[in-house]
Design a protein around this ligand. Structure first.
Ligand SMILES: Cc1cc2nc3c(=O)[nH]c(=O)nc-3n(C[C@H](O)[C@H](O)[C@H](O)COP(=O)(O)OP(=O)(O)OC[C@H]3O[C@@H](n4cnc5c(N)ncnc54)[C@H](O)[C@@H]3O)c2cc1C
Length: 511
């Protein structure tokens, strides 16, 4: 009986992680110390890259049906619109910002996990663990007070910003906490004279006011309010800030959530220690500016799950798992730097700096290229792994993405239930021979390359692993050998599951 992977925390990251492992038929248990799913709306933004990955996982339609499609963001100052950035230029099949409360995201991910046979074990708290080199012995406490020892193959800490897993590993959470805090409120607003599918930022000498649509008539308000007081904001304070910083004439009513938050900008250096991994807020926390935190965390899950599946199933060597931190840690560093820059722009205080901010924003947002660059970054479609140890070959002289870059095929995204690399190459004997030689790593289908003079080897998470000129199959062979090196057993135990006409085995095995 294989040991299960233990995922600690059923927030959006833990749920995405458990669902991905379940999709790949890795035995997994997921626990959460809370008795029920959170009902707060927290992260509202699901960006294009996350939607693409959810499409690959086979559950994006439920998200699109439940969410609200925001089409643009407008920046207002001094009573005028100084710049507008539309989302329809995002170079993705999902060229919108999907606005969906985090509670809904978690509900949908939990339903997706259930459809794969997995269940969240609630009221179960991780209290201690020991890495025994051939597994991780975890002690969990049930609601009754009883303790259980779980002998897991791997432990994944998706247990949020105050992660017990991170603290037990003794990993420093390096970075800063800003002195300014923000008010947050979910309310009804009437009289807002901007298109209903538009996010609006109002820059005012007192500070910023952000108004984001959640559903028709309902909005999320965020405003910086200086040093944090011990009390949550009052509804009167929200009304006063909207009246002073907003466009005027707004009626704010029906608050369903009033809170405040401080901004932490921190990350760990390494996301792995032996058989223990960190993902999501446990590994990195950001300013909410740009709405990147949850998206980045969920993408950690999409990065790690296929690697763990291939290693657990004996098709890849353990070194593959080192690429998780090597790839995801630089991504978080980059996102932290960008969201920190955005936050500091929002928090500019002196009249001169504020005037300059308005002037520069007005000028540069007039350029389509700048608007495009902004949405490409926010939507995370340009995030890449240019320095990944998995990259092989080069796309020099070819029309198509280089190793480490995102690869978007034409047509609908394929949903696979085994973690397989995909070959994009001209149909010929050599291509078929390559697929025949690596049935447990390569999908049996061959696809048209973006440039017929080249070959692309694409990872299960949609990033390019290798590129070569047509005929240079040794590059692809090298890339696959690197993955398979020291694999426990390089036999094809799961390849048949994707073959046409062969039914898929049932979903996750509970641990
Ligand atoms: C006000 C606010 C607004 C935000 N807006 C955005 C936004 O617009 N876009 C965006 O991308 N991000 C946003 N974020 C950030 C986003 O909410 C987080 O990045 C996201 O929740 C991280 O998910 P996670 O799964 O890593 O951690 P969490 O959501 O914190 O989940 C961790 C889970 O682990 C469980 N847990 C903890 N310890 C244990 C233990 N020992 N044993 C068992 N279970 C345990 C907890 O009960 C919890 O369910 C916002 C955050 C806040 C506070």
């Amino acid at each position: 009986m294989p040991k299960p992977v233990l995922v600690v925390g059923a927030g959006p990251v833990g749920l995405a992680m458990a669902a991905e492992l379940a999709r790949y038929r890795v035995p997994v248990r997921i626990i959460d110390r809370s008795a029920a799913r959170s009902d707060t709306s927290k992260a509202l933004a699901v960006w294009a890259r996350t939607l693409e990955l959810l499409a690959g996982a086979g559950c994006v339609d439920a998200f699109l049906a439940a969410g609200f499609r925001a089409e643009a963001i407008g920046i207002h100052a001094g009573g005028r619109l100084i710049g507008r950035v539309p989302f329809d230029r995002i170079a993705s099949p999902f060229n919108v910002l999907l606005v969906i409360p985090q509670s809904e995201t978690e509900r949908l991910l939990e339903a997706h996990l259930a459809s794969l046979g997995g269940t969240v074990e609630r009221n179960v708290e991780l209290v201690a663990f020991t890495d025994t080199r051939d597994g991780v012995t975890c002690v969990v406490r049930h609601a009754s007070g009883a303790h259980e020892h779980i002998h897991a193959g791997w432990l994944i800490g998706c247990d949020g910003a105050h992660s017990l897993v991170r603290r037990t590993l003794g990993m420093p959470f390096e970075g800063d906490t800003l002195s300014t805090s923000f008010l947050i409120a979910d309310v009804q607003i009437a009289g807002l004279g901007i298109p209903p599918a538009e996010l609006a930022i109002f820059w005012h000498p007192d500070g910023a006011l952000m108004i984001f649509p959640i559903s028709p008539g309902r909005y999320r308000i965020i405003a910086d309010i200086g040093a944090r007081s011990g009390h949550p904001p009052s509804f009167e304070q929200v009304q006063a800030i909207v009246a002073r910083r907003g466009p005027g004439g707004l009626t704010v009513s029906d608050p369903v959530w009033l809170s405040h938050f401080g901004v932490n900008e921190r990350k760990v250096r390494d996301y792995r220690a032996g058989r223990v991994f960190l993902a999501g807020d446990a590994a990195h926390v950001h300013s909410p500016a740009g709405g990147q935190g949850m998206n980045t965390g969920m993408q950690d899950a999409f990065n790690l799950a296929w690697k763990l599946a291939l290693v657990e199933q004996g098709q890849a060597g353990p070194a593959l798992l080192d690429s998780y931190s090597a790839e995801r840690s630089p991504v978080a560093r980059h996102i932290l730097a960008e969201s920190s820059r955005l936050t500091r722009i929002v928090l500019l205080r002196t009249p001169l700096a504020q005037r300059l901010r308005g002037f520069v924003a007005h000028r540069i947002l007039a350029f389509p290229k700048v608007r495009r660059a902004i949405v490409d970054r926010l939507s995370e479609i340009t995030l890449a792994y240019p320095d990944s140890p998995l990259n092989t070959g080069s796309a020099k002289g070819l029309h198509g993405p280089a190793p480490g870059r995102r690869f978007m095929p034409d047509g609908p995204v394929q949903v696979a239930n085994a973690p397989r690399f995909v070959l994009y190459a001209r149909e010929d004997v050599a291509a078929r021979a390559m697929i025949a030689r690596h049935p447990s790593l390569l999908d049996f289908r061959l696809h048209m390359p973006p440039d017929e003079n080249g070959i692309w080897l694409v990872r299960p998470d949609g990033y390019v692993a290798a590129t070569a000129r047509a005929g240079h199959w040794s590059v692809i062979e090298d890339a696959l050998s690197k993955i398979a090196a020291n694999a426990a057993h390089a036999v094809n135990t799961h390849g048949a599951a994707d073959a046409p006409g062969v039914p898929s085995p049932p979903g996750v095995m509970p641990g």
